[in-house]
Design a protein around this ligand. Sequence first.
Ligand SMILES: [Zn+2]
Length: 195
Amino acid sequence: MKIISKFLTVNQYSRPGRRLAGCKAVILHYVGVPNHSAMTVWNYFERDCPRDKHYSSTQYIVDLNGDVYQFMPDDEVAYHCGSTLNDPASGRIYTDWARSKFGYYASDPTKASPNFCTIGIELCINKQGNFTEETISSAIELVAKLLTEKNLTTEDIGHHKLVVGWKDCPLPWVKNPDLFDDFKYKVREKLGVLL
Ligand SMILES: [Zn+2]
């Protein structure tokens, strides 16, 4: 796995430069547009978000060929899983899963956000809307590395929909939840924690 540092310029919309309040989970996403490369997404965060006053970003993204790009130090806040809309199941902004896991950071959206205590990873999708083998293989390695560094377990792997409920991200795993279970199994395998 190759990690390429390509840090965004510090700016209020995609790299606020704020320190993460520890890391409680790693949250996976997909890039909504088929065949978009990591650098296309970098340009979006670097240029479009400040221009359009749109809050969005991630600490990591895994390209179609498996290259990992890091868009900011992973102890800085990125805007990847905050919300102002209600989760349909709980009727609250954040899901039961998020509120039990993040506590204060998912309790009052006017004061805090799960963005303040999580690391985001975007996964590119191919023309067919699927993750490539290379993307998944690097993502397994990256997540295993982050869990080890941040003293977390595979219970601390989440995805966007698990946090906000209404957002169908990452779509390939929302459509087929077995693929998410399989991903977590492979991270456990990588960490050597299978019983
Ligand atoms: Zn997402």
